[in-house]
Design a protein. Structure first.
Length: 121
């Protein structure tokens, strides 16, 4: 089980399984947030949230969710497409002990849209 919660505890997320790897992306928003993402099908994630704000821009393919009280960005969701909706949980909202053994992969969302560890594969 992966658990994540914002700083004040008003937003909590949990999943049945730990991810096999997590992603650090350098795109314009992920770089600012400093998030490290774990991806799941949205219907496998339990969310308890008192009050969330969302942010989207450009083509509005993703919605970033943050706690209204403490401002932490806890997750983003894909805007539904082809019947599959993805959620990305910000593992920076998890206890460090819970994720310390999980591989972090760097994704070049700013430029090539590839994982940097697979560029030469
Ligand atoms: Zn909060």
């Amino acid at each position: 089980m992966l658990k994540a919660q914002c700083h004040c505890g008003d937003v909590k997320l949990s999943t049945p399984d730990l991810p096999s790897d997590i992603t650090r992306c350098n795109c314009s928003i992920c770089n600012r947030i400093g998030a490290v993402w774990a991806y799941y099908p949205a219907n496998t994630v339990t969310i308890e949230a008192k009050a969330l704000s969302t942010y989207e821009w450009g083509q509005k393919t993703m919605q970033f969710h943050r706690c209204n009280k403490c401002g932490c960005t806890t997750h983003y969701t894909s805007v539904e497409d082809n019947g599959y909706k993805q959620i990305a949980i910000n593992t920076k909202m998890s206890e460090p002990d819970q994720i310390k053994s999980i591989l972090i992969r760097d994704f070049d969302g700013a430029d090539t849209w590839q994982y940097l560890d697979s560029k030469n594969a």
